[in-house]
Design a protein around this ligand. Sequence first.
Ligand SMILES: NC(=O)c1ccc[n+]([C@@H]2O[C@H](COP(=O)([O-])OP(=O)(O)OC[C@H]3O[C@@H](n4cnc5c(N)ncnc54)[C@H](O)[C@@H]3O)[C@@H](O)[C@H]2O)c1
Length: 253
Amino acid sequence: MRLQGKVAIVTGGGHGIGVAYCKGLAQEGAKVAVAEIDRQACERVAQELNEAGHEALAVPTDVADEASTLNMAKAVLDRWGRIDVLINNAAIFSTIPMSRVGIESIPPDEWDRMMLVNLKGPFYCCRAVLPAMRQQQSGSIINISSGTAIYGAPTRIHYVTSKAGIIGFTRCLAREVGKDNIRVNAIAPGSTLSEENPSEEIIRFRQERIGARALPRLEYPSDLVGAAVFLASDESGFISGQTLVVDGGAVMV
Ligand SMILES: NC(=O)c1ccc[n+]([C@@H]2O[C@H](COP(=O)([O-])OP(=O)(O)OC[C@H]3O[C@@H](n4cnc5c(N)ncnc54)[C@H](O)[C@@H]3O)[C@@H](O)[C@H]2O)c1
């Protein structure tokens, strides 16, 4: 119960790895707000957690809409009175898919949407929770980057650029808010089989990274939970501005 008494928000908590973060944090004793654009998935995950004996709140949220992120923070404060952890996990990636093509074929509108959700989303969400964290004089923000930003995956340059931006965002914010005892770190997952009903093609695509890994197997959402719990907990109380790569040792920094 390393997160007993803590209140956490997981954006994009309705699908994929976000569900694993919600369950993992709840199992460690956190109260979890599922902040997700897909209202049904949002309510389903919160209901599953409550039925399992945890404390969860469904907060349908569009991270790309500032008013919606302010509502998110308000709903959590109204319910639990504090915000200890924010995981900025929502992104255009798989559930809301992106083009996995070369630079010339990326639709410019899709580039803009990518930056809006994947970068401005965390910007809005951090601004929404920071007043509470500053008042508490504590907090842990965990931004989800990607190993692709470090090794420079070919195709999907808009996505990879957004995830590289997350690393700079993390470092800058860590220095801005550290004096208020707020920590800001990033997790860079490797290629993870996060799809709920993966096709053979998706499984083959995820298997392609196995050969690059020191630990040669598929990566699953559960592989990322330990890092998230650690960075959310007081065990990482003197760690800030870092990017923790969780990919079985493909990218080594
Ligand atoms: N799966 C991988 O291989 C992998 C690798 C590296 C990084 N990541 C990152 O991990 C995170 C989770 O990835 P995933 O594989 O679970 O993908 P996913 O697409 O299943 O999850 C993203 C979630 O964000 C939600 N979302 C999208 N736009 C939103 C918005 N505007 N507001 C609120 N919620 C929104 C989606 O509905 C979905 O629930 C993402 O940030 C992704 O970039 C994933």
